[in-house]
Design a protein around this ligand. Structure first.
Ligand SMILES: [Mg+2]
Length: 271
């Protein structure tokens, strides 16, 4: 049984549990089966543009009950990193008001003032302006060694109609102008998965990272030492998998195969 030793499933969201506003038909039953088996799950997202309340609302809209503790975002991981490496830092943020409030609630000031900045931070900025890009270029020109971080490296963000540029595309744009690349915190770095494992007291050997994107989700699982499970319900096609050097431990057509495995296990053990 593939998931016998797994106690914690860490799910990517878009492309794994739903597509845009469309919940996959297996998602509710799969999540219920995980908890019914005595296991746990958490939702991991690199999207730093919204606060957790917005995800609870979205999941409710799609028919899945959740609580804020079910979610770990790249913003959480970035706050953890900032507390460890740059406590009390004043941030210049290229990100949304929702992200700004999360940093402020965590005790960081975000004056958005090039004269009063210790750390530059990028997130998915759906409120991006040229002014912010120019200010970051000014900061990196004046202080080439200023700490510069990004919540996540995703190049694009899926939408109902296709994709829009994500944080990774802004990283590229700024690299063209400044020659600098930020320290990236979210998936594929292991920190976001490690925070979930620590909060539940489980080991990497007891954890599976499940997602649809090779260079973030699967790479995160590999970097964190967990089982990595690719689902083909989102971005990755079998051709992309074939060409990639990032190889998941398991490849599933969809999360329905996790549900199926848990049902078989319950039958076998009378659970
Ligand atoms: Mg995804």
């Amino acid at each position: 049984m593939e998931f016998k030793d797994i106690r914690l499933f860490l799910f990517d969201m878009d492309g794994t549990l739903y597509l845009g506003e469309q919940l996959f038909d297996f998602t509710k039953d799969m999540l219920a089966a995980i908890r019914a088996s005595g296991r746990e799950y958490r939702f991991l997202t690199n999207n730093s543009s919204r606060d957790v309340g917005a995800y609870v609302e979205k999941m409710a809209r799609l028919g899945v009950a959740s609580v804020p503790e079910d979610f770990i975002t790249s913003a959480h991981a970035t706050i953890h990193y900032l507390r460890q490496h740059h406590p009390g830092a004043r941030l210049y943020l290229c990100g949304t008001q929702a992200l700004k409030h999360q940093f402020e609630d965590a005790g960081f000031s975000v004056p958005q003032d090039v004269e009063n900045t210790d750390v530059i931070a990028l997130g998915l900025d759906t409120e991006l302006t040229f002014r912010k890009l120019e200010d970051i270029c000014k900061l990196l020109a004046a202080h080439p060694d200023m700490p510069y971080i990004a919540t996540h490296p995703d190049l694009v963000c899926p939408t109902e109609f296709g994709s829009v540029p994500d944080c990774g595309s802004v990283i590229e744009m700024l690299e063209h102008a400044t020659g600098k690349r930020p320290v990236v915190i979210g998936k594929p770095q292991p920190l976001i998965a490690e925070l979930a494992m620590q909060s539940l007291g489980v080991t990497a050997a007891q954890t599976a990272v499940v997602g649809d994107r090779l260079y973030t989700d699967i790479a995160c699982g590999i970097n964190a030492g967990t089982t990595s499970v690719l689902v083909l319900t989102g971005e990755t096609t079998p051709e992309m998998l074939e060409k990639s050097d990032t190889k998941p431990d398991l490849v599933l057509q969809s999360g329905a195969e996790i549900l199926e495995a848990l049902r078989k296990e319950a039958e076998q053990y009378g659970g």
